[in-house]
Design a protein around this ligand. Structure first.
Ligand SMILES: [Zn+2]
Length: 857
């Protein structure tokens, strides 16, 4: 599964386990489920699904007289076993069948349950046009992970049970039905068509799927197997543009994982209103239709490509090799996320892959520092869906990379292949991965798993360096700042430290064991190095602060072959500040061959409080990479002067080839104008400008107009801006734009009058009654930014009423945030604003002084 499309920022640090969390175990098994056959029809106007679910079960022991199945809010019409009617009890959650004949080992049971799911809240979703959205397509799709299949058919709903499956479904013309496995029959009868799909490979219930719609089908293939893309008609070109690399990816992953793609076809269906980025149902992945790229979006959107390879990787990690329990979900989510790195490496090269990995690491680090810290493997939670966080995705990916670094490429892939081959069509736990590594590579990586998998956290390194010219000794002092001396928070790792010379790209590297709170290492060298590279290759998941002299940092930024090391050097330089650092960063922004480093350098330049930083930054607006232009514009939002206002304004007015650059420009220009440091009249002009963007630049996924909305939210005291935003929260506004407007209400609320705050609260309370997942998350995000206790009431009622475990959890986290916001004294904020102004004046003085000093040298 992939969550790409909703990221909420969290600022509080809390325990992962919320009140009510408890240990979760798979249930006892009455036997092996061998086959599931759903024979169903759909009543689309009534949003219901009805039919028979047949389950063939091979009992594990004699004398079982009760079978308990998961089945939520279904109407159970009848239960038969081997065509004999059975008694049963049903409480709306569990279906308990009283077997008239207790089980006998070897005697299979065929359980047939006739049922209806009327307007199910989860599991199966009916999308239809209505008076507000008349152009919405009619679609039905399912989402089983993690425990939602039970909302649309009765089953033993946990990943420890693997079986073959079959779905026969009748749908009205012209809709088509797509499901797991092969299409074995279609039957036309009048206005209806029956599709019969069958999957001969075993898989768990959460991967069973059905997608129905009036789709265009685009056919591709890999080694004779059909590879198909289903999209709304009219988007065929976007489909090929967005998913067209799939056959190459199947080839790539089949080789890397040492196991040819295991299923008879691979379909990707892009559906409307999908609640995740994608879902890796066996042989039939569902994707959000928002991932479909137009000709401009593909320029600087890599998310879709990553999403496609992520879900595909699950066909091995998750679908072929199935996790036995949700607590081990990192095995599949970590590898699917690491496949994004692997694919980036093969498609765009090592530097991009390293930078992608850094982004994943940072994503985890921010969750760790601002939300909670937890072991990657834990079975203590309220709902399994809570586990689907950045610890199992992004940190999981980083852990796979550390395994690769530890074993080396050859042994790593041998271990991965052994793991896949030994466990194909079976279930696994974390220990099975360790065993495969030991079997294939002879290495015991328990120490690594102990530190990074079974416990939370990571090392925070501080690294200092000095040179002793008399003895030709380099001294490197490494401190683990996350830990107290001798505490169990200390990490014990072998880290390579490299010394580099300008004229020689190859580092002289020594590997040292870092295991104490503070250690100093001495390295005899023939001559003084130009720079020092800590953790050569940057393979370990960590944070690092470099305390090197400015000359070494400058040399590292320019000459270190590894992009992440150059980025760390840029960060350390920015901390030093001053004209010399500014010059080095400005030159890197112009000259670094890799756009990722230029992006980071742009961010760091904005941190330096010198006018000269602006001069360096502004040149980046001409950068050929849209990623860099976007970063530069975003950085300019921190330099609130007339010059940056003018520089950004042209991007809003004249546009850019990238949607994202335009959107960022809309937000930045507002942030500058809202600061009011120079000219009050900018505010009205910018509001007018953003209003024209809203009126004229509808387009792909509403990225640009959402940028304009985010810009308006910067004018926290403006009623005019608020009124425009409110207008776009109305139902009927294109959904991505409306979600942006709902979220923006939170930010703009903090400067509004009490009467306007009431209007915002009323609006949010009204929207909170809508049940669509993404709308609810947008409401939560808005409320979490507010500074009034009244927001808490709405959050609590959302938490109480929602059917979604994620919404419940987010709502509770946002309550804590609001409480925190209220605690912040208003006068404190005022002081902070005044301080900003003083800083600005101080910066001008300092800049002049630096120039004078430079001249006098
Ligand atoms: Zn996933």
């Amino acid at each position: 599964m992939s969550q790409h499309y909703f990221d909420s920022e969290k600022t509080t640090h809390k325990r992962f386990e919320l009140p009510g969390a408890k240990p979760h175990y798979n249930p006892d098994r009455p036997g092996q489920v061998e086959h599931i056959f759903l024979d169903i029809g759909l009543d689309i106007p009534q949003k219901s699904c009805y039919g028979t679910c047949s389950i063939r079960l091979l009992p594990v022991r004699n004398g079982i007289d009760r079978l308990t199945l998961d089945a939520v809010n279904l109407q159970i019409k009848s239960v038969q076993v081997d065509e004999v009617v059975q008694n049963f009890e049903y409480d709306g959650e569990k279906l308990c069948i009283h077997l008239s004949q207790p089980t006998k080992i070897g005697n299979r049971l065929l359980i047939a349950i006739a049922y209806t799911a009327e307007k199910p809240q989860r599991g199966i979703y009916f999308i239809q046009p209505d008076k507000h959205y008349p152009h919405k397509p009619t679609q039905i799709w399912t989402q089983g992970e993690d425990e939602d299949s039970r909302y649309w058919f009765p089953c033993f709903d946990y990943p420890g049970q693997l079986s073959t499956s079959e779905i026969r479904v009748r749908v009205p013309n012209p809709l088509v039905a797509i499901s797991n496995g092969e299409l074995i029959e279609t039957v036309e009868s009048g206005e209806y068509k029956t599709y019969h799909w069958s999957q001969q490979q075993v898989h768990p219930t959460y991967l069973m799927t059905l997608a129905v719609g009036d789709f265009a089908e685009i056919r591709d293939e890999w080694q004779g197997k059909p590879v198909t893309y289903y999209v709304e008609k009219g988007r065929e070109v976007d489909a090929k543009r967005s998913m067209g690399k799939t056959p190459q990816m199947i080839e790539f992953l089949s080789k890397k994982y040492g196991y040819p793609y295991a299923f008879p076809k691979y379909a990707q269906v892009c559906v409307d209103d999908f609640i995740f980025g994608g879902m890796e149902n066996t042989s039939t992945t569902l994707l959000t239709d928002r991932c479909l790229l137009d000709a401009r979006a593909i320029l600087d959107n890599r998310n879709t490509e990553s999403l496609v390879v992520h879900e595909l990787a699950h066909q091995w990690f998750g679908d072929l090799v199935v996790i036995k329990h949700w607590s081990h979900a990192w095995i599949k989510e970590g590898m699917a996320s690491y496949s994004e790195v692997m694919w980036t490496e093969r498609e765009y090269g090592d530097q991009e892959a390293a930078y992608y990995r850094l982004a994943e690491a940072r994503s985890y680090l921010s969750e760790d520092s601002s939300r909670y810290r937890r072991p990657m493997v834990t079975h203590v939670y309220r709902e399994a869906i809570e586990l689907y966080d950045r610890h199992i995705y992004e940190k999981g990916s980083c852990v796979y990379h550390m395994i690769r670094a530890e074993l080396g490429d050859e042994l790593f892939w041998q271990a991965v292949q052994t793991f896949v081959q030994d466990n194909a069509h079976k279930t696994v736990e974390t220990i099975d991965l360790l065993r495969a590594i030991e079997k294939a590579a002879g290495r015991n990586l328990a120490f690594l798993f102990d530190q990074y998998v079974y416990r939370g956290g990571h090392p925070d390194f501080k690294v200092a360096y000095s040179w002793d010219g008399d003895a030709n000794l380099a001294k490197v002092t490494v401190t683990q700042t996350q830990a107290k001396a001798d505490s169990q928070d200390l990490f014990n790792l072998k880290i390579p430290i490299g010394f580099g010379y300008k004229e020689n790209p190859k580092l002289t590297t020594f590997t040292v064991r870092v295991h104490e709170k503070e250690q100093s290492f001495y390295f005899p060298l023939t001559e003084r190095p130009d720079f020092i590279s800590f953790d050569v290759g940057n393979n370990y998941l960590k944070t690092v602060k470099l305390e090197f002299p400015i000359a070494e940092l400058k040399a590292q930024l320019e000459f270190d072959p590894h992009p992440i090391s150059r980025i760390y050097a840029a960060e350390a330089l920015a901390t030093k500040g001053g004209l010399e650092a500014t010059k080095a960063l400005s030159s890197a922004l112009k000259n670094d061959p890799f756009w990722g480093v230029r992006v980071e350098v742009a961010k760091q330049l904005a941190e330096i409080q010198l006018d000269q930083a602006f001069d360096g930054l502004i040149l980046g607006l001409q950068d050929p990479s849209p990623f860099v232009r976007r970063a530069v514009i975003s950085s300019l939002s921190q330099i609130k002067t007339h010059h940056s206002y003018k520089a950004v304004k042209s991007f809003v007015q004249d546009g850019d080839e990238s949607y994202y650059v335009e959107a960022t420009a809309c937000q930045t220009i507002a942030a500058i104008a809202a600061a009011n440091l120079e000219d009050k009249s900018h505010e009205d002009k910018v509001i007018k400008l953003l209003k024209s963007v809203l009126e004229e630049r509808a387009g792909w996924n509403e990225v640009v107009r959402s940028g304009a909305i985010a810009g308006l939210a910067e004018f926290k005291t403006s009623e005019v801006a608020l009124n425009i935003i409110l207008e776009y929260t109305k139902i009927g506004v294109p959904q991505p734009l409306r979600l942006s407007a709902i979220r923006a209400l939170g930010k703009i609320s903090t400067g509004q009058t009490p009467a306007n705050i009431e209007r915002i609260l009323d609006r949010l309370a009204e929207i909170a009654r809508e049940t669509f997942f993404l709308t609810q998350v947008a409401v939560l995000t808005a409320l979490g930014q507010m500074e009034t206790p009244k927001a808490i009431g709405i959050l609590q009622s959302l938490a109480n009423q929602t059917a979604d475990g994620r919404v419940r959890r987010y709502a509770e986290e946002e309550v804590a945030k609001v409480q925190n916001n209220i605690g912040t004294d208003k006068t404190l904020r005022q002081l902070r604003e005044e301080l900003d102004q003083l800083k600005q004046q101080n910066q001008e003085l300092k800049s002049r002084l630096e120039n004078l000093e430079a001249k006098s040298k």
